[in-house]
Design a protein around this ligand. Structure first.
Ligand code: CMC
Length: 432
């Protein structure tokens, strides 16, 4: 049988070391023993942007980027999107198993009864300009919730953590809807406990003067599917931020605000907003080849394309393409879809994209659906953040229960000046 070790020879002194291999990894700390003498700090690994570093063990989400596979707790994303509700999937992510009917009933009840926001939050949101970006409003309001729930800082108490999990999953759609209504100058709508998670969100977004908001079933289901697809994606930039901030034992509102900030960037969740701007800029199918030419010249990136982990078609984008058609049956076809499909066709035949294994990612089609539902592009990343809260919290729970984890604190390779003294830069003068 082959040995599960890696032999390393230090050519500086000819010494050899045997490093254990576990689940295809060697421990970076095992490199520290490789030294040239007692004063040597030992070898470190250097990995900007974590291109090849596992920062944790995780049992939540599995991705095989080469084969285009995504599973939550072992279940293929396609099956979950077809047969589950978002709240069932959120339960699965957090608890490791799907809920029984009784567990689901309790879970839905608890989340539903944590959707209200303190009245002062309305005043807080009122302070934003009418044209404030909704991601800025979401991030700030999440952080502000920390001041309403000071007990949340007891992050090592499982009961306290559970309470904040219910609050965060329950309240994030309410914050998102308030931010949306604020930007339109509309009065805020309170949650309706008789509605499902997505129906209630639609109620808080779109209710006008009617006594009871009745949502379109196809659109409510499409939102559920979108939420399931966005719920978690293992150690992406925002999940890593949630873990990094959470590792200092900051409360989950502050950690979630930091995670949402990471999501806002155009290379991460902000890409869906950028895709719509890009499709608007391209304007017609005839302009696509010229646009692709500029991408290949390195002038800008094709937004909604490429992924650090997927080197195959993003399975979420496949499901979204189908969801888009269902939504358009209700809303009418978004003409941007035809440009997107043609853009995808041309890109996938182009040597530049083929060679680099660049395929459409989840952000390529989600914005087109959200726009057809009536959202402006600024809201798209907020729509991503709502379901991702479940994933962030599952990652945070796992972090806090992992005995191997400590405060997240990388090392550096120092490239600055060696010690120097002020008197060399500023020689003493007579006045001194
Ligand atoms: N358009 C054109 N070229 C690209 C693109 C793109 N969208 N993405 C990567 N490349 C090129 C890149 O220039 C590089 O080329 P070369 O080898 O000649 O230097 C090569 O492909 C490898 O790319 P990379 O930048 O090393 O890959 P990365 O893993 O660091 O970046 C990414 C991943 C998602 C940030 C990047 O693909 C990108 O910026 N895509 C556009 C933004 C986007 O759609 N983001 C959403 C990601 S999925 C959902 C989410 O995370 O929120």
């Amino acid at each position: 049988m082959s040995k599960e070790t890696l032999s390393v020879t230090d050519d500086r002194n000819g010494k050899t070391y045997s490093l254990p291999i576990e689940k295809g990894t060697v421990r970076a700390m095992d490199l520290r023993q490789i030294k040239t003498g007692p004063d040597d700090f030992g070898i470190m690994s250097y990995d900007p942007a974590f291109m090849n570093t596992a920062s944790c063990r995780s049992a939540v989400t599995f991705i095989d980027g080469d084969r285009g596979i995504l599973r939550y707790r072992g279940y293929p994303i396609e099956e979950l999107a077809e047969h589950c509700t978002f709240l069932e999937v959120a339960y699965l992510l957090l608890h490791g198993e799907l809920p029984s009917p009784a567990e689901l009933k309790d879970w839905v009840y608890e989340i539903t009864h944590h959707t209200m926001l303190h009245e002062n939050v309305k005043k807080f949101i009122d302070g934003f300009h009418y044209d404030a970006h909704p991601m800025g409003m979401l991030v700030s309001t999440l952080a502000a919730l920390s001041t309403f729930y000071p007990e949340s800082k007891n992050v090592l108490d499982a009961r306290v953590r559970r309470q904040q999990i219910l609050r965060l999953i329950g309240k994030v759609p309410t914050i998102a809807a308030y931010a949306y209504r604020h930007s339109l100058g509309l009065p805020y709508v309170y949650p309706d406990n008789e509605l499902s998670y997505t129906e209630n969100f639609m109620n808080m977004l779109w209710k006008k003067t009617e006594l009871k908001y009745l949502s379109n079933r196809t659109l409510a289901r499409a939102l559920d599917v979108l939420f399931i697809l966005h719920a978690d994606h293992e150690q992406n930039c925002s999940a890593n931020t949630m873990r990094c901030v959470g590792s200092s034992q900051a409360d989950p509102y502050l950690a979630a605000a930091a995670a949402a900030s990471a999501l806002a960037g155009p290379l991460h969740g902000g890409a869906n907003e950028e895709v719509l701007k890009m499709l608007a800029e391209i304007g017609t199918k005839e302009n696509i080849p010229g646009y692709i030419k500029q991408v290949k010249e390195g002038k800008f990136k094709l937004m909604g394309f490429g992924h650090r982990v997927y080197k195959n078609y993003d399975p979420r984008a496949k499901i979204l393409k189908r969801t888009a058609e269902e939504v358009f049956q209700v809303t009418g076809r978004n003409p941007k879809l035809d440009i997107a499909i043609e853009l995808e066709r041309i890109a996938l035949e182009d040597e530049y994209f083929v060679k680099r294994k660049l395929y459409p990612n989840v952000d390529f089609y989600s914005g087109i659906i959200y726009q057809a539902m009536g959202f402006r592009p600024e809201m798209f990343t907020v729509m991503f953040a709502i379901p991702r809260m479940a994933g962030w919290l599952a990652q945070w729970e796992e972090l806090l229960q992992d005995p191997e984890q400590k405060i997240s604190r990388p090392r550096q390779v120092f490239t600055g000046k060696d010690v120097r003294h002020l008197e060399q830069a500023r020689p003493a003068t007579a006045a001194d």
